[in-house]
Write a new protein. Structure first.
Length: 111
């Protein structure tokens, strides 16, 4: 017998994993600092973006939030259905006065 692991989960290797068809909510909350260690202020027009891509580099799902350092990734049943078992990539970016890439091409595994 094989016991299922928590779904969704962030693994030791930094990958995000879940079982196909699962629904869940993950909140990314960014606390960025500038080069001198001061907190980066998020303006009301800054846009945080989380983007999932498949092996063909096509967007499978995209989530955005304006004016906040937190972005909710809600895997509803409709969105989760787009993710068949396989390997995907996740990018996280903050678009404001400057474009700041927080995660690029990080591994996502749907089991």
């Amino acid at each position: 017998m094989h016991v299922a692991e928590q779904s969704s989960r962030v693994c030791k290797d930094g990958s995000l994993r879940w079982y196909a068809g699962d629904t869940f909510l993950i909140v990314f909350d960014f606390h960025l600092q500038d080069a001198s260690g001061e907190p980066v202020e998020i303006s009301p027009t800054d846009v945080a973006e989380v983007c999932f891509r498949d092996y063909k580099n096509e967007v499978v799902a995209k989530f955005t939030e304006t004016g906040s350092s937190a972005i909710e990734v809600g895997m509803t049943s409709e969105i989760s259905a787009r993710f068949k078992a396989g390997v995907y990539a996740i990018d996280v970016r903050l678009n404001g006065t400057y474009v700041t890439t927080i995660m690029h091409n990080n591994r996502v595994v749907v089991e």
